[in-house]
Design a protein around this ligand. Structure first.
Ligand code: OKP
Ligand code: ZN
Length: 342
């Protein structure tokens, strides 16, 4: 399997996130990608290629122009005020407030985010832009006939909506790739999000569309981030009615429950008549993940890949979460090896 990877991910290294009332080092750190890349090489998964540059147009198919110009320009505005610390939002247009777009930089950051988990640093735009190009490069490899490809994206993307960043995510790499398939004439696309957290951004992007099915297995949002989306009764709306499948599971769920949910998701993907599959590949379902509550073990990821392969679809794997840094490479590449071995 071909892997796409850019060193540009290193340009994004947030300093802190708010955990239990304290500012602690960000869990979403550059060494995550290093471990995955090392494992790809150790296991000789296949060639590792730098991404091509497809420009802004395929990103603009998913994200609004005003959001992108805010994101691209935010650091320069912050630096012009004399700052060099990470930029973090702190006020959001929650209930009883208005979703107006203020002039103030902090006000705009609140307008374009849903939590304080996505810091903007000097290199964040560039890293996120390259991460999207990594996903698009994997998409292109499939369009050219590959059965599968691995987009080793960092930062991740599935929490990012059309005009919102949050949950370590800025540009929705999986959605950008799925849309590229549609724009190149693929009729029906499916997304399978196996990250521990619900992919609220991806869901919201495709919620009213019948052409892109979104399926997700995740920690029950009653108890887990992102809390405000990811419930089982969210089934899509309008033309998208029935094209959104959320499979929330309780804390403590292991392979038995998780794999039953995977079977359900796979059945729905087959029913959709999907011609191509995009997998939002988070491995924070691992038993020792520091911020998650599922109990998958490393060999389970081989089984996961094999089950996904049984769909018989061209499949693009897009890296999302996973914070047990020492094991992230083993677990992520196990999915890919399980897929190839099936
Ligand atoms: C990103 B991805 C814990 C804060 C949790 C957000 C988690 C984002 C996960 N106190 N913050 O889906 O892996
Ligand atoms: Zn996650």
């Amino acid at each position: 399997m071909l892997t796409f990877y850019s060193d540009d991910h290193r340009l994004h290294h947030g300093r802190c996130e708010l955990i239990d009332g304290e500012l602690k080092p960000c869990f979403e750190m550059p060494s995550r990608a290093d471990h995955v890349l090392q494992r790809v090489r150790d296991q000789q998964l296949g060639e590792v290629r730098a991404p091509s540059d497809f420009g802004r147009a395929p990103i603009e198919r998913i994200h609004s122009a005003d959001y992108l110009s805010f994101f691209e320009g935010a650091w320069a505005r912050w630096a012009a005020l004399g700052h060099d610390s990470d930029m973090l939002p702190f006020t959001w247009p929650a209930r009883t407030l208005r979703s107006v777009r203020p002039d103030n930089l902090h006000g705009q950051f609140g307008y374009y985010s849903f939590d304080a988990g996505a810091p903007i640093t000097a290199g964040t735009w560039r890293a996120a832009y390259s991460s999207a190009q990594v996903a698009l490069s994997g998409q292109q490899a499939l369009a050219a006939g590959a059965r599968s490809a691995f987009a080793l994206c960092r930062p991740p993307g599935h929490h990012a909506a059309a005009d919102l960043m949050g949950g370590y995510c800025y540009l929705n790499n999986a959605a950008i790739a799925a849309q590229a398939f549609r724009d190149q004439g693929v009729g029906r696309v499916a997304i399978l999000d196996v990250d521990y957290h619900h992919g609220n951004g991806t869901q919201s992007i495709f919620y009213e569309r019948g052409d892109v099915l979104f399926t997700s297995i995740h920690g029950d949002p009653r108890a887990e981030f992102p809390f405000f989306l990811g419930y089982a009764d969210e089934t899509g709306s309008g033309a998208g009615e029935g094209c959104n499948l959320n499979l929330p599971l309780s804390a403590g769920s292991g392979w038995e429950l998780w794999s039953a949910a995977l079977d359900t998701a796979c059945q729905r993907i087959a029913e959709h008549g999907a011609e191509v599959l995009v997998v939002s590949l988070g491995v924070d379902t691992f038993k020792d993940d520091p911020i998650s509550q599922f109990q998958l073990d490393s060999p389970d990821y081989l089984r996961m890949g094999a089950r996904i392969a049984r769909l018989g679809l061209p499949t693009l794997f897009v890296m999302e979460g996973g914070y047990a840094v020492a094991e992230i490479g083993i677990n992520a590449v196990n999915v890919l090896e399980g897929f190839e071995g099936a």
